[in-house]
Design a protein around this ligand. Structure first.
Ligand code: GUN
Length: 287
């Protein structure tokens, strides 16, 4: 029987725990607050930002939303980040990606104070992830690790195959699996004999951004399959990077899309925000 790894259920559990943690922090004079910046009106980004705000409100985290027009200059954006870096009521800063083409993403990420970088995108935090001594775990890979835990499989010694090498998912994912003693292979568009690699995976992570790219016959029987993809193929139809129906006949455990990795990413963002609140001893805006 294939196990469905419900990120919706696991994230709901984590959020309940966090509600209690927020209460305890506030009793100690620490008020977690997350500033989210969205430049432009990309429909998918708007949904993500809205879900992040709702999660903050649910847990009791102050949410500061900055919705900027796509004519915003890089200088204006960096100025806002500087202000948020200095704001004692802001624990964490997140600038939703992708940014409009006229803005240099690296310059914006570099402007965020590493102590408030709840995405863990700043080079200082990326470096810390490499060494294993980190405060903030990148949200999507952290969510994937929680779901792997949920599957009951122990990563140590397992063949872990990641399809996709992005800075946001593929690369940090490899580090987290390595820290858990997995044997890690990263595949990408130039990988030869991809199916041979994926069929060797005890843990297969799809993060390519191509709808249903991983077919059922690319999955090893009994594997744990984690689908990071969220692809809109029709106005109300979302699919992952894995051909779900075919893969679930082969896998021991698999994540659905939607309701798999997506909600976990947000739960991990909340976790990083609580960590940032403790590091920065965040004050309440009213004080
Ligand atoms: N765009 C897609 N995923 C993410 C994420 O995890 N953080 C930010 N800031 N932007 C994103």
């Amino acid at each position: 029987m294939t196990k469905l790894l419900s990120g919706k259920a696991v994230s709901a559990r984590i959020k309940e725990e966090m509600k209690e943690q927020v209460k305890a922090l506030k009793e100690n004079g620490i008020y977690p607050g997350l500033a989210v910046i969205l430049v432009g009106d990309d429909p998918a980004s708007k949904v993500y930002v809205r879900n992040k705000k709702l999660a903050c409100e649910y847990i009791g985290i102050n949410s500061f939303e900055h919705l900027l027009p796509d004519t915003t200059t890089q200088e204006e954006l960096v100025k806002l980040i500087d202000k948020l870096n200095k704001d004692a009521s802001v624990s964490g800063i997140l600038c939703q990606l992708p940014l409009p083409e006229h803005i240099d993403e690296d310059a914006v990420i570099n402007a965020i104070d590493p102590k408030k970088d709840v995405d863990a995108f700043h080079p200082v935090n990326v470096g810390k992830i490499m060494t294993g001594n980190y405060d903030f775990v990148p949200c999507t890979p952290a969510g994937v690790m929680e779901l792997i835990k949920e599957s009951g499989i122990d990563v140590a010694g397992k063949e872990c195959v990641i399809v996709g090498r992005s800075n946001i998912v593929g690369k940090p994912m490899a580090m987290l699996l390595l820290h858990s003693n997995g044997t890690v292979t990263i595949c990408h568009s130039k990988t030869r004999s991809l199916a041979d690699k994926t069929r060797n995976a005890d843990i297969l992570i799809a993060a390519v951004g191509i709808p249903e790219f991983i077919k059922g016959d690319m999955v090893k029987p009994g594997a744990v399959v984690i689908d990071v993809g969220i692809n809109r193929i029709a106005p109300k139809v979302l699919v992952g990077d894995v051909e779900f129906d075919a893969a679930q006949n082969v896998a021991a455990a698999i994540t659905p899309v939607p309701g798999g990795v997506g909600p976990m990413t947000i739960a991990m963002l909340m976790k990083n925000t609580l960590k940032a609140a403790q590091i920065n001893k965040t004050k309440n805006k009213a004080e």
